[in-house]
Write a protein that binds this ligand. Structure first.
Ligand code: M6R
Length: 368
């Protein structure tokens, strides 16, 4: 039931604080240690892993891209992310020391299923991150970390994405824990910060009116661009995917640093460009992204910037500023994606599209 919302998608966007809290529930003990009992792969095996390969499709692939930054940073294990549809056709190098992590909301995506079957034939260990109890992908994996988002009905994934991020963070931090990585208080602080994320997401939802107004303003734009760096880059890709799926308009996400290597030629007068600014503390990156805002603005783009509430420089560089709460860099996608989901949902609504059942799309893609 839509419980008073016009679309399941909008309801699911607003369910994210709870979905994230439920996905964290019971996975941290009172000493703030991670407990992932469902991971039926022994700590000894996890200590021997020398490579991680994340395989997924669509939005789940983008959560995998965020996971790569986090997992490599916390565990120092090399981590690749690959589209499931590409994986087995390139004769990938995997062996029993490879940990394959597959991410799928539905657990039934054919491309992803075929990819993990291939990985298991090469004797890799496979952990599934999945939202659907007993689906084919978790059944065919060695272990599963369930996201507890509840059923996702809207074709466009929203709470699927944010809860996948949580599961990926938990896995990364767990691997760091079992491998005895020494980060002083950093891991403890992150675990505590994860517990504050439902409130941070709620804070973003409470600011929705600004985004709804923007969607109305840009309803006739033929194209929208999204820029981000580091974990902001997958957020840019996901923001663009949401808009393509729901509003049927040209939308592209770019790594902001790539702008000068081509995409800047697309900028013309009035083109809406969303830019995700990294938190302060990653100042080198942040400075570069702020320069990118000026570069696209000088060429006529209308810049909509997502940055920390007290980042005066980012605010000054932008035309429209969407305030993000202060969170660690690696966790920022959990809050920066919220306005982009709301923007796509609202723009499609104003256009009169069926938001829950976009044309040509199915909720789970069970053919390769
Ligand atoms: O169920 P899965 O997570 O395996 O689905 C993967 C993609 O098909 C899915 O994320 C798709 O891209 C969504 N429609 C995105 O909103």
């Amino acid at each position: 039931q839509k419980q008073g919302y016009d679309w399941f998608m909008r309801k699911e966007i607003f369910e994210q604080p709870k979905a994230v809290a439920d996905t964290l529930l019971g996975r941290l003990n009172e000493r703030c240690e991670l407990v992932l009992d469902e991971l039926r792969i022994s700590p000894e095996t996890l200590r021997r892993i020398n490579k991680i390969v994340i395989i997924a499709s669509g939005t789940s692939f983008y959560s995998g891209l965020v996971a790569k930054y986090a997992i490599e940073h916390w565990t120092r294990i090399p981590c690749e992310v690959e589209l499931a549809s590409e994986f087995r056709y390139r004769d990938p190098i995997i062996d029993p020391m490879t940990l394959v992590v597959t991410i799928s909301q539905s657990g039934e995506t054919a491309d992803t299923l075929m990819a993990i079957r291939h990985a298991r034939e090469q004797h890799a260990k496979v952990i599934a991150i999945c939202n659907t109890n007993g689906a084919t992908i978790p059944r065919e994996s060695d272990a599963v970390i369930y996201t507890h988002a509840g059923p996702e009905i809207g074709v466009a994934s929203t709470k699927g994405f944010t809860t996948q991020l949580i599961a990926c963070y938990l896995l990364g931090l767990y691997l760091a824990q079992v491998r005895g990585m020494k980060y002083g208080d950093e891991i403890d602080a992150l675990l505590r910060e994860l517990e504050r994320m439902p409130a941070a997401i709620q804070h973003m939802l409470d600011q929705q009116q600004q985004v709804l107004d923007l969607a109305r303003e840009f309803v006739d734009s033929p194209s929208v661009l999204f820029l981000g760096r580091h974990v902001g880059y997958p957020v840019a890709l996901e923001g663009a995917l949401k808009l393509k799926e729901l509003a049927y308009i040209h939308a592209e996400g770019f790594a902001a640093g790539e702008l000068k290597h081509g995409p800047i030629a697309l900028i013309n007068d009035g083109l809406p460009v969303f830019v995700v600014v990294p938190p302060r503390g990653r100042d080198q990156l942040r400075d570069k992204v702020i320069s990118n805002i000026s570069e696209v603005r000088a060429r006529g783009a209308k810049t909509i910037v997502l940055g920390e509430a007290d980042d005066a420089e980012a605010r000054a560089a932008s035309e429209v500023y969407i305030e993000l709460p202060k969170v660690s860099t690696l966790l920022q996608p959990l809050v920066s994606i919220i306005p982009l989901q709301l923007f796509a949902c609202e723009l499609a609504t104003v256009k009169g599209h069926d938001v829950d059942q976009p044309r040509n799309l199915a909720k789970s893609v069970t053919v390769e």
